[in-house]
Design a protein around this ligand. Sequence first.
Ligand SMILES: [Zn+2]
Length: 199
Amino acid sequence: MPETPEAFWERVHTSLATPPLDEWDTWPFVGLPEPRELAPPDKADRPRHGEGGVGCHQCAHDIDDALWYDDRWVVKPLPRPSGLPCVVLLHTRQHLDFHELPEDLQAQLGPLLVRVQRAIFAIGDIGNVHVLRIGDGSEHCHIWFQARPARIHQLQSGFVQIWDDVLPPVPEDVWRANLEIVRRELNKQHTVTGAPAAP
Ligand SMILES: [Zn+2]
């Protein structure tokens, strides 16, 4: 029988541990933090941004600032530079939660994940591009691509999401040049759905 959230919380909340973070060189901080107290379950999940498409930022801005789009998908950067050389998001054009993707979009998604990742690798000196779907913040289907510089071992893990805020932002001109490479690469390939690519 599955464990209820209440039973899960009862079992874990007095037994939280700090893993040996000081032994992990990918951990961005010095010293050991203490686990935050784990609050009991709420009555319901917190609503996510744009639930049901109401007040959805992505729906309102659709292809604004797009690096590439077709009739079903759009690739956009963050609004400003962050610590990593390139972070972009792949969104559906339609307001859909990830689990609601119809079969044709499911079939397009696999090739698109690889295609966006390759476009980011074209920047050069990119060691890896992390591809993430979390979806706890906004309901509108979006997938993260986070590029880390090559050969900096400490950025070689999931903690790179924290490092992205620990590192100072990439200089504006470098950030824009990197995005232009991604734009060029995405637009020189065929579109997924056969619709004309963005200029
Ligand atoms: Zn939306």
